[in-house]
Ligand binder design. Structure first.
Ligand code: URA
Length: 434
């Protein structure tokens, strides 16, 4: 087999066989096939596309390019959850303990944030001493003992995707549906769960800006997951405004704790209920959505979900005191309101701009080696559809560096659009594919 022939075949719009796909993935991972040939192939895929069989073959080849985690030492059905990422998306922090408190085992691999969307690992490091750099043995033992563990992604999980994604990033070939779906799903399949619940975000703060694209991605990933023998479903949820009210690492942890204590924002709790109920059904703990929701509500009301978060933090070396006293989390030196300049209804919040504000305050990573400030960010006081009077707060900015705050403030005002006419908030859940 020659890479040249594979490139030409795809360039001419022909379908690649699983053997050809396996050949280039194995060769590229080993370093036998050079970047320039794989770049040419990615561009051919970008223009000619891949059908369902090719996309599944690509996903499987990338998943098998490194370790396939064997979670069989953990009893029961293991359910994973994955979000395509958004602003204020702290879902795993509340959802994982809620679901684990209902008896579904959570054995999850997570990543760090890059750009305007934060990563679960960064947020969890708001608990002093917490670490996701744990061994596989520790991970499995912990899930068996307390039902929940989150581990940092190891270098050997789908290494072909790691190389290919870096190449696509610099060759303008990221935004192809087959390539995105196979990239995400290869890591999920390698991470070993039996069932996968996907939260595909849509809107101005999401990777996919339109509902049409988000639905297409969701469909493709569900097809891949089920095709690979893992029960997979997707919730397409709104990211046209930040989720909940907090944006920024420790601020989001506090909001997740408040939510586990029954005091969180309504939209965030509803998303946790929607995703959590699918996880309980996929994990065989609930027959239907009503039963699942009742169980999740009980886990929150009884304090079991909050206690599960404390157990989880403690088991990974963190100080659980902040779970019961969030004032112990990292806090910024300054908190200032950002005031509305005019009266009006909030018509639109340009969601990615709010993510950039948090990044400018120091809460995100501009490059993969940037240090992040866990304490900074924004807490929104007004969301789409709310009415404010001039001089009322739109948000509270938490910051340490006044120069950074100035840059973020300018950006913030560009993100909010007010109108005299009432506006409805966008729906939180657009579609569920199961
Ligand atoms: N996230 C991924 O992991 N892969 C992509 O291709 C795009 C987003």
């Amino acid at each position: 087999m020659r890479m040249y022939d594979i490139i030409m075949k795809k360039r001419n719009g022909e379908k690649l066989t699983p053997e050809e796909i396996g050949f280039f993935i194995t060769g590229y991972t080993r370093g036998d096939i050079p970047d320039y040939q794989v770049s040419a192939l990615m561009m051919a895929v970008y223009f000619q596309g891949m059908d369902e069989e090719e996309t599944l073959a690509l996903t499987m080849a990338m998943a098998h390019s490194g370790d396939m985690l064997d979670l069989s030492a953990i009893g029961g059905i293991k359910v994973d959850k994955h979000s395509t990422g958004g602003v204020g998306d702290k879902t795993s922090l509340a959802l994982a303990p809620m679901v684990a408190a209902c008896g579904v085992k959570i054995a999850k691999m997570s990543g760090r944030g890059l750009g305007h969307t934060g990563g679960t690992i960064d947020k969890l490091e708001s608990f002093a001493g917490f670490s996701t750099a744990i061994s596989l043995d520790h991970f499995i033992r912990q899930v068996n003992e307390i039902g929940i563990s989150i581990m940092g992604q190891t270098a050997d999980l789908a290494p072909a995707d790691k190389k290919l994604y870096a190449l696509r990033d610099v060759t303008a070939t990221v935004d192809n549906m087959s390539l995105i779906a196979s990239s995400i799903m290869s890591k999920k399949l390698a991470a070993g769960a039996d069932a996968i619940v996907l939260d595909v975000k849509t809107g101005s703060g999401a990777f996919m800006k339109t509902l049409e694209d988000s639905l297409a991605l969701a469909r493709e990933m569900v097809r891949i997951g089920n095709g690979a023998g893992r029960r997979t479903m997707a919730v397409v949820s709104d990211m046209d405004q930040p989720l909940g009210r907090a944006v920024g690492n420790a601020l989001e942890v506090k909001e997740a704790i408040d939510t586990l204590g029954g005091q969180g924002p309504e939209d965030f709790m509803e998303l946790c209920m929607t995703l959590g109920s699918r996880m309980l059904m996929a994990g065989g703990r609930a027959e239907d959505e009503k039963e699942a929701r009742d169980m999740l509500r009980q886990a929150v009301d009884s304090g079991a979900a909050l206690d599960k978060l404390a157990d989880f933090v403690r088991a990974q070396g963190g100080d659980p005191a902040a779970v019961y006293d969030p004032d112990l989390l990292p806090a910024a030196t300054h908190v200032e309101p950002i005031l509305a300049c005019t009266d009006g209804y909030i018509r639109r919040i340009q969601c990615d701009e709010i993510g950039v504000c948090s990044l400018l305050l120091g809460g995100g990573r501009e490059t993969k080696d940037s240090q992040i400030d866990l304490s900074v960010g924004l807490v929104l006081a007004a969301k789409v559809g709310d009415y404010v009077k001039a001089g009322q707060p739109l948000a509270y900015m938490h910051y340490n560096d006044p120069a950074r705050a100035e840059a973020a403030l300018e950006r913030f005002h560009r993100a909010y659009t007010l109108d005299r006419e009432p506006t409805c908030a966008p729906p939180l859940i657009h579609q569920i594919l199961e």
